[in-house]
Design a protein around this ligand. Structure first.
Ligand code: 2AM
Ligand code: CA
Ligand code: CA
Ligand code: CA
Length: 281
């Protein structure tokens, strides 16, 4: 199996430390940044804090593991084509760190306290470490492949909900208003009447951590990038849940449309999304 340490340095310890440091800094910058730039549109924002967080994370990780490769959202041109290409270009790296320096930038900009730092390490294309940190609640979610997932030392487990009717489910509204948003609105129309209720809180990585922790029973979103999901996917798998694309194909780094559940409601949720798909999902 894949090594988790080089010499005495644990990959997981570095991931945890780095996420905690970045998260603390982000929190200190809440409401204290001078400008917001639009990347693609007014729905797609970036701040100096996104860039500073990525710089901090990259510096720490590359200092510890100079031979590793690094893929971070703010190091890539905006847009889905560029993010797929960047992942492709990085795919022959043995060790690849996949980082979202702030997941939930829109929330960060508006002061809506739901955002996270997401750090994953892939070995030969498979995620082996995943860390999602919520600096507002000081909640740190950690998973190691084959070793389980934890929140502050306590094992996380997905919910036991067996039906959509008894499930709290989340999704996200994509920034792409032309292609992805209309698709997901049909998904919402299909799913909302079937579930106990639906949440759209604005951080894919944190939603996925919540699925891992049993706070949500399912999550789906279309048009995401590798850094939104890599850490969250491992958290869910190691907590006993299931992660696929919206067609039901097993999760891999290149997935863009994600379906992540406690396992029990996976098929039922996928069927509702498939019904929406029949009308264009
Ligand atoms: P971000 O905050 O890191 O950009 C919101 O539905 C979720 O979608 C967030 O996790 C957000 O990540 C992600 N997302 C992916 N692509 C996006 C984009 N182009 N614009 C805004 N949010 C995007
Ligand atoms: Ca972004
Ligand atoms: Ca993101
Ligand atoms: Ca981001």
């Amino acid at each position: 199996t894949e090594p988790f340490v080089v010499g005495s340095k644990s990959f997981t310890a570095v991931a945890i430390n780095t996420a905690a440091k970045a998260g603390e800094w982000i929190k200190s910058k809440l409401g204290d940044f001078s400008r917001v730039d639009e990347k693609y549109s007014s729905h797609d924002l970036v701040t100096e804090v996104d860039k500073g967080s990525e710089k901090l994370i990259k510096n720490l990780i590359m200092t510890h593991f100079p031979s590793h490769s690094f893929l971070g959202e703010e190091g890539v041109e905006p847009g889905p084509a560029a993010s797929a290409k960047a992942l492709e270009a990085a795919s022959d790296a043995e060790y690849l760190w996949i980082v979202d320096p702030i997941d939930g930038t829109t929330n960060f900009v508006h002061g809506f306290p739901f955002f996270s730092v997401s750090i994953a390490l892939a070995f030969k294309g498979e995620v082996i470490v995943g860390v999602v940190y919520d600096p507002i609640r000081d909640e740190l979610f950690v998973a190691e492949k084959g070793k389980g997932a934890y929140m502050h030392g306590k094992k996380t487990a997905v919910s036991l909900d067996a039906t959509l009717a008894g499930s709290l489910v989340a999704t996200g509204f994509p920034a792409d208003r032309e292609g992805a948003l209309p698709i997901n609105l049909r998904g919402v129309q299909a799913v909302a009447p079937k579930v106990r209720n639906l949440r759209v809180a604005g951080s894919a990585a944190l939603h996925m951590a919540y699925v891992a922790a049993g706070r949500l029973s399912g999550f789906w979103e279309v048009g995401l990038s590798s850094w939104d999901m890599a850490a969250g996917a491992l958290l869910i798998i190691e907590s006993g849940g299931k992660v696929t694309d919206t067609q039901g194909k097993p999760y891999e780094l290149s997935v863009r449309n994600v379906l992540a559940t406690n396992g029990s409601i996976h098929e039922e949720l996928q069927q509702e999304l498939a019904k929406a798909e029949a009308t264009g999902f």
